[in-house]
Unconditional design. Structure first.
Length: 454
């Protein structure tokens, strides 16, 4: 009965909260109107478009951010996973401040690059690394390397997974159910315009957590598959955890068919633990892609791999190049992030905060009979507004996004900034968050629960 009342109220709550949101954001409205005259869509990335309007931020400090209208928020957005150190962390500030007057770009390596590579080798168990400038570049290098190493063209990817915006992975990302085809043999729909059919024909899609379907597809394309790229914990669809033994079986099946395996740890690297899901699972792939939290807030990317694969770079067979690769400013920030910020004490603190967040949210969900469950790993978590587990993208599509949007609006009204893409995104805890920050989130969730029952 309570859930039926909540369903009936959800649209009215959204309308009410969006009006209040716009009342709080007049300066953001002014900036948006101005931006639309010179910025396509009025923002700097399509991911920044949100309803009822984009939020323009002014500054951040510690665990907080302030918008252009002066409103203060606990920052659980975290720049989509970048801000694991929080804002203005003293170690990052010192590293960047010392680097800037000493030169921010040479297109030549600095010693910091060696230290960062050594730390990545230790954490992820892969011997050789190269740097680039974003998650998109990291996954692009991974796809190129798998093709170069095997002499094959076909790539496998997971249905609904986002790996950046280069051609080979802009396939079956945020597509509607009508475009997906059969669950056993999904189609490979383009995710946006500008993708040649010839590229789509070389990407085969498989559902997450379905090893049997993966085996069938590898057999159907025997000798064609260069490799598979996947997020070892699927994100950009809330958080979907791998089932027990799934990752190890994927690696084994792909290897049995002569292919390589690349983990996209752009979102999970460092946020799920010191060595990402690679270390947590004990499953070491042929390649690991990193970005986001690696740079301590500075744009970055990295790719690590086995001796066998990375020799293609070392010997010049694959040209892994980039003017800004290993940029001194990025390497200084990354070195501080890995050697001073993300230590054992930081992860112990994050674990404690996550425990408080999850237990509190689960209690509120139960008390107010909210049709939801909590999923969390490391510094990342989300409330999935479904009473049943989500194991793949098709399950995710069935989740009603109105609940996530309404919850997002309630959190903003109560001074907590979450990513604006509703059910698709996760919160991020930083090393600078406090119990008070967690309790503000929980208070807002309880307010949402009370509103649903009113």
């Amino acid at each position: 009965m309570i859930q039926q009342t909540a369903v009936a109220r959800i649209d009215a709550l959204i309308e009410e909260q969006e009006r209040a949101f716009l009342d709080r954001q007049p300066r953001s409205a002014e900036l948006l109107a101005r931006a639309r005259r010179s910025l396509a869509g009025g923002v700097t990335s399509n991911w920044q478009i949100s309803q009822p309007q984009p939020i323009w931020l002014s500054h951040g400090s510690g665990s907080r951010v302030w918008d252009a209208d002066g409103n203060e928020y606990v920052d659980l957005h975290g720049g989509y996973g970048v801000n694991l150190a929080g804002h203005g962390h003293p170690a990052i500030v010192r590293a960047v401040t010392e680097r800037v007057p000493a030169g921010t770009h040479f297109a030549q390596p600095t010693e910091d690059a060696i230290v960062v590579a050594e730390e990545l080798r230790r954490r992820f168990g892969l011997p050789l690394w190269r740097f680039n400038n974003s998650g998109t570049e990291a996954t692009m290098d991974a796809v190129h390397l798998m093709r170069a190493a095997t002499g094959r063209d076909r790539i496998l990817k997971i249905e609904g997974c986002y790996h950046g915006h280069h051609d080979s992975v802009m396939v079956s990302v945020y597509n509607d159910i009508e475009e997906l085809g059969s669950p056993d043999r999904p189609d490979s729909p383009a995710s946006g315009a500008g993708l040649p059919e010839a590229v789509l024909d070389l990407v085969t899609v498989v559902s997450f957590n379905d090893v049997a379907a993966l085996q069938r597809l590898l057999e159907e394309h025997q000798g064609e598959v260069a490799g598979m790229i996947l997020e070892p914990v699927m994100m950009n669809a809330g958080i979907i955890l791998p089932e027990e033994g799934y990752l190890a079986r994927v690696r084994d099946v792909v290897h049995e068919h002569g292919g390589l395996l690349a983990f996209d740890e752009i979102k999970t690297g460092f946020t799920t633990g010191p060595g990402g899901v690679t270390a947590l699972s004990g499953v070491t792939p042929d390649l690991v892609c990193l970005a986001k939290a690696l740079g301590g807030g500075v744009p970055c990317g990295a790719i690590g791999g086995t001796e066998e694969v990375m020799r293609l770079i070392a010997e010049g067979e694959y040209e892994q190049v980039g003017t800004f690769n290993g940029n001194p400013l990025t390497m200084a920030a990354a070195r501080a992030q890995l050697t001073e910020v993300l230590d054992d004490a930081a992860y112990a603190r994050i674990d404690a905060l996550r425990g408080r967040m999850v237990s509190g949210a689960e209690r509120i969900v139960e008390d107010y009979e909210i049709p939801a469950h909590v999923v969390a790993i490391g510094a990342k978590g989300c409330i999935t507004f479904s009473t049943t587990p989500v194991r793949d993208y098709r399950d995710f599509l069935a989740v009603d996004d109105r609940w996530s949007h309404a919850h997002w609006l309630f959190q903003l009204a109560g001074g907590v900034f979450l990513p604006p893409w509703g059910k698709a995104e996760q919160w991020l805890l930083s090393v600078q968050h406090t119990e008070e920050d967690i309790d503000r989130f929980l208070d807002n969730l309880a307010a949402f629960g009370r509103a649903l029952r009113a």
